[in-house]
Ligand binder design. Structure first.
Ligand code: BGC
Length: 403
């Protein structure tokens, strides 16, 4: 047993996104997709009740934000990652909803009132329908619309924001929406993901430049970084190639335009010449979503980021665990390796667990329970603090723990 102490001023908290928690985002491409005939047919054909897969009221965060933010403070968090929903702020092209802008100001003021540093994400998976209809981020000419939206958001919210996150997981978005065809617009085209990635890179650069006109607040994207380990014949070569495209391509091209590195860490894969081997050779447990738990991978990916010489914040790391039996250990193990990476010279300055509350887990609906706080969907969305949240609260309070 040893005492793991974190650097002074370390940020502790939890992350969320607008669409997954707010509810009622009727002008978003996701809302349209959830209600589309194609999606309904798919769900019915697979014996699922579509009602369980509509985001509908989600966690009603749009109205209950103060309750959730107060709970975060009560759990000793000193920071929070929130998002704004573009389709809510600009429901049709060039029309900015003043009431919505005011509501977001209230949400951000609540975070400040409760003493939290704010990471604010501008774009997290969902798009306004009107923008998606124009071709979304698959068209370079459309970047200006995002920059225009960002302009409005930055002018209104910059005073409440401590860290900007322009785009969440550009690599995953391009893959899930344009290569694997899982997320809307469900396209599977060979070259399209590359165009999308390049457009997102350009969008990030332009939005960062814009934020810099207003202030010196740090800006990054939230990169989904995967721990990739080789297996079998020529596995090392396969890892290098996949690692370049999965983890490094966007990072290398934007690092000069990032003031810190935002990291989302969930995945570990064994890569061989003949592809991915998901959980094989794994002596680790899986989460409710079937994802292997590999805390030591966090240290490996962090050590790999040391060369960029930028501060690192973990913007997402968490698991679906409806019985709350693994969450405390999951957090502690990841923090153990995070701490160890700090000892080895990585400048990690914060950890945000995903997620503050249970929420809408995209194509999986509401069944995966990622929250430190349970949302009881049978009981008026009542918030119930999980046991693991109280253990995490002790770590946040003490800025360390015995392990
Ligand atoms: C995404 C979240 C998502 C979480 C768990 C992350 O990749 O940013 O929106 O809920 O993973 O799947």
């Amino acid at each position: 047993m040893q005492r793991l102490k974190f650097p002074k001023g370390f940020l502790w908290g939890a992350a969320s996104s607008a669409y997954q928690t707010e509810g009622g985002n009727i002008n978003s491409d996701w809302w349209a997709w959830e209600h589309s005939a194609k999606r309904m047919d798919y769900l019915r054909d697979n014996g699922k009740n579509p009602e369980d897969y509509f985001s509908s009221i989600a966690c009603d965060f749009y109205n209950r934000y103060d309750e959730d933010i107060a709970l975060a403070q009560h759990l000793n968090h000193n920071s929070i990652r929130l998002g704004v929903e573009w389709s809510r702020i600009e429901p049709s092209e060039g029309v900015f909803d003043e009431k919505v802008l005011e509501r977001y100001e209230k949400i951000l003021q609540s975070a400040k009132y409760h003493g939290l540093k704010v990471f604010l994400t501008l774009y997290h998976t969902t798009l306004p329908v009107w923008f998606a209809k124009k071709g979304g981020f698959a068209k370079k000419a459309n970047i200006i619309y995002f920059v225009d939206f960002a302009h409005h958001a930055v002018e209104r919210f910059n005073e409440y924001v401590d860290f900007w996150v322009t785009i969440n997981e550009p690599e995953l978005y391009a893959t899930l929406s344009y290569a694997l065809g899982i997320f809307p617009p469900q396209q599977k085209k060979f070259f399209l993901p590359f165009f999308v990635v390049n457009n997102l890179i350009e969008a990030h650069k332009r939005v960062r430049a814009l934020i810099k006109i207003h202030s010196n607040k740090p800006v990054s994207m939230a990169f989904n970084i995967v721990d990739l380990q080789p297996y079998g014949f020529l596995g090392e070569i396969a890892v290098r190639v996949i690692r370049y495209f999965a983890n490094e391509y966007i990072l290398r091209r934007t690092i000069a335009h990032c003031d810190y590195i935002g990291v989302n860490y969930y995945f570990h894969h064994h890569v061989g010449l003949f592809g991915f081997r998901k959980h094989s050779h794994s002596h680790h447990e899986n989460t409710d979503r079937g994802w292997g738990i590999h805390p030591e991978g966090l240290e490996r990916i962090l050590l790999n980021l040391r060369k960029y010489k930028k501060p690192v914040y973990i913007l997402e790391n968490g698991l679906a665990d409806h019985t709350d039996t693994h969450r405390e250990e999951y957090i502690k193990k990841h923090l153990y390796y995070l701490h160890s990476s700090i000892q080895k010279g990585v400048d990690v300055r914060g950890y945000l667990y995903w997620s503050l509350t249970d929420n809408f887990e995209w194509e999986e609906g509401f069944w995966p329970k990622f929250g430190l706080i349970e949302i009881d969907r049978e009981d008026l969305l009542r918030r119930k603090v999980r046991y693991s949240a109280t253990k995490y609260a002790e770590i946040c309070r003490d800025n360390g723990f015995d392990y």
